[in-house]
Design a protein around this ligand. Structure first.
Ligand code: C2E
Ligand code: CA
Ligand code: CA
Ligand code: CA
Length: 280
């Protein structure tokens, strides 16, 4: 399993305001890229603490541009969101992630991921047909609904349209829902009352400082209690060090994700797995 290639190439200056014309050009290129097979998914491990056992993977999209090299989703997903390409792109991502997950689940490798998380953006979620797109991806690939988690951000849920209604439909279908980048939006706690969510993904900004004490550490310690109290799972995002992993475990976190455990890859590998016997 190849480690992910180096830092994605920056093809425009993010400081510059791009024109609508430029967005349209990137959107058109993106559609061509999709047809040409230049978009790929990589998968990052979500592990159990403290063993590092693989629980699930998060699918993350990559654009391998023939001239510009690897382009980060942080650059093209927002453009695709603005010009609407995300609807087509997102449907492909869902289908592809479900296809791969079904292969892993039915294969011989007992260490293969059994569950997959897919990021869904505001515009996708707000579309009337979204729940049907998910259903088609599941049935078309023979993947049970419980093997799929949809990751949505707080802002996406509040985008309006049918977002909330759709989340309820997905929940009834048996699909799991995770609130992504939790704690960075503006109404996180309100959201917990209305969204049928199964998991909180505690944002990296809290995890980064969890060993330093101070406010981020207090927030990380509080969010795990909130999740526990609501019967939800909590995933600590962006774990990069053994110290962070140990502290998160001490706080009560049972799930984590980050470079420390494994980078996104076409064939994800947990690099810091421990045998239960080795745990002090
Ligand atoms: P996200 O959903 O919060 O995904 C986590 C991001 O953090 C990923 O960046 C991942 O590679 C990175 N990451 C994971 N562990 C670590 C760590 O330990 N340290 C550091 N520094 N970073 C870590 P990536 O793949 O560049 O994706 C960026 C964002 O682009 C995602 O943030 C998500 O919002 C969006 N995105 C990615 N793939 C998709 C997709 O398929 N659909 C949609 N709608 N959005 C996507
Ligand atoms: Ca995510
Ligand atoms: Ca996140
Ligand atoms: Ca993020």
């Amino acid at each position: 399993a190849a480690k992910e290639a180096g830092e994605p190439f920056r093809w425009y200056d993010p400081e510059l305001d791009r024109s609508a014309g430029e967005d349209a050009r990137i959107g058109a290129e993106l559609r061509t890229a999709l047809d040409a097979g230049h978009l790929r998914l990589v998968y990052q491990p979500i592990v159990e603490l403290p063993t590092g056992r693989l629980i699930a993977v998060e699918a993350l999209v990559r654009w391998h541009h023939p001239e510009r090299g690897l382009i980060s989703p942080a650059e093209f997903v927002p453009v695709a969101e603005r010009d609407g390409t995300i609807v087509e792109l997102g449907a492909w991502i869902l289908h592809e992630a479900c296809r791969q997950a079904a292969i892993w689940r039915t294969g011989d490798d007992t260490d293969a991921p059994q569950r997959v998380s897919v990021n869904v953006s505001a515009r996708q979620l707000a579309r009337p047909g979204f729940a049907e797109t998910v259903r088609a991806a599941l049935t078309g690939n023979g993947l049970p609904a419980a093997a799929l988690t949809i990751e949505v951000t707080e802002t996406a849920v509040f985008e309006g349209g049918r977002s909330l209604e759709t989340l309820h439909t997905l929940n009834e279908m048996g699909v799991r829902i995770a609130l992504d980048d939790f704690g960075t939006g503006h109404s996180s706690l309100t959201l917990l009352q209305t969204v049928p969510a199964h998991a909180l993904k505690v944002d990296k900004s809290f995890v980064d400082h969890v060993t330093a004490g101070g406010r981020p550490a207090v927030i990380a310690a509080t969010l795990i209690k909130v999740a526990d109290g609501l019967g939800m799972a909590a995933v600590a995002e962006g774990v990069e060090t053994a110290e962070q992993a140990a502290e998160l475990h001490r706080l009560g976190y049972q799930l984590a994700q980050g470079y420390y455990f494994g980078r996104p890859a076409e064939n994800p590998v947990v690099v810091r797995q421990r045998q239960p016997a080795a745990i002090p």
